[in-house]
Design a protein. Structure first.
Length: 154
């Protein structure tokens, strides 16, 4: 099955205008995103900056904390989580601290962004996973946000 891509640019409008409602199409897209999260038996997150700057690492760290808290809040604690970061900020991300604070199924991998692009995010997921939620928040991939639903191996 070919990947399905859904544009999420409307999320920016929602963040700026709390009174703005969702169109039926936008509500459907958010429903698809929620279903993908609910079905996920592994999560892969890629973040970092265009140049591996410290400020981007600080933002990424805060983002990771929020993501971990969100996953726990929706009942996804203990879901295998792989976090891919740039080599240049590896020393700032102690996996032992995240495992102690959240759950032991957290892995942090430091790689060059070009290596991640070459093999794809899903390839870093727990090998037993069937439903992988891959989140690309690397600043080098700046564009309007989008959701891709892809079935692999069928």
């Amino acid at each position: 099955m070919a990947p399905q891509r859904f544009e999420l640019a409307f999320l920016d409008e929602l963040a700026r205008d709390a009174s703005r409602g969702l169109t039926p199409s936008e509500a459907r897209i958010l429903g698809i995103a929620c279903a993908a999260l609910e079905a996920a038996d592994a999560v892969v997150i890629h973040f970092g900056g265009r140049a591996g700057r410290l400020g981007e690492a600080v933002v990424g760290t805060a983002f990771l904390e929020g993501t971990l808290q969100t996953l726990a809040a929706v009942g996804k604690q203990h879901t295998p989580l792989t976090v891919i970061i740039d080599n240049s900020i590896a020393e700032l991300m102690a996996v032992s601290a995240y495992r102690a604070r959240y759950w032991p199924e957290i892995t942090i991998i430091a790689l060059a962004p070009s290596e991640v692009d070459r093999v794809g995010l899903a390839s870093f997921a727990d090998p037993s996973a069937h439903n992988i939620l891959s989140l690309d928040f690397h600043a080098g991939h700046d564009s309007a946000p989008y959701l891709v639903i892809e079935t692999i191996g069928e």
